[in-house]
Write a protein of this length. Structure first.
Length: 116
């Protein structure tokens, strides 16, 4: 299965680069709080994309950069927000520095603010 993930990640990266995409934006707006479902369906999947494209880059294979698009809701104190987890574990991880989409040298993150 790991081989299939790597092959799929490489095929998608090559198609996106060939089509002229500089970055992909990953929408996480329906997953505001970290829980088991968010971890399995969103955070781990995003982490795998970073891991796989990092491995491709180390082999000299071009990939688009990655931008995340989380929601930033009002949460009770002590809640673990998805956007903070993405920033802490991926965006601010030096291992993935070259994969994070930047404009004018600044990291880009799209934020949806949900007042509900």
């Amino acid at each position: 299965m790991i081989q299939n993930i790597s092959c799929t990640a490489e095929a998608h990266a090559q198609m996106l680069v060939s089509a002229g995409f500089d970055y992909v934006a990953l929408g996480h707006t329906n997953w505001p709080v970290v829980n088991m479902n968010t971890d399995v369906f969103i955070l781990r999947a995003t982490e795998v994309l970073f891991e796989e494209w990092k491995a491709l880059g180390s082999r000299g294979i071009a990939t688009p950069a990655i931008a995340v698009w989380p929601v930033s809701p009002k949460l009770p104190a002590g809640s673990n927000s998805t956007w903070q987890c993405l920033l802490d574990h991926l965006y601010n991880n030096p291992l993935y520095e070259e994969l994070v989409y930047k404009q004018d040298g600044k990291k880009v993150v799209f934020i949806s603010y949900n007042v509900h």
